[in-house]
Design a protein around this ligand. Sequence first.
Ligand SMILES: [Zn+2]
Ligand SMILES: [Zn+2]
Length: 133
Amino acid sequence: MTRQADGSGGNKGGSGRLDDVVARARRERDERLKGYRELSLRIHPWVCGRCGRSFTRENLHLLTVHHKDHNHDNNPLDGSNWENLCIYCHDNEHARYLDHQAGAGVASGTPSDGRQDATNRPFERLKDLLKPK
Ligand SMILES: [Zn+2]
Ligand SMILES: [Zn+2]
């Protein structure tokens, strides 16, 4: 799997307002992430912990840092809560976690219309981005 990520990001048209929110949240998140991402990349090898894909400086932006316990505020400096994951595996990981939560009966008031099965789920990412500190 050496397909080039196209970075198309899922611009589906529609509400530009959401795009704004996402863009801003992304920037704020980037600011916040900078610290531990760099640290994690320094501690851990540039390899996805799931699929084993390795990264270089050119595509390092596709390698993200995942919090093993899903708590973004838990950042031990020894890196024990961080895992380097490529963006695909990272998305997967979070989708699974959310599915698990939903399955466990967490009341979220999300309407379960079966039409939300698209692989691209911008709102899940948004939820993650907007997570309060
Ligand atoms: Zn991966
Ligand atoms: Zn994560």
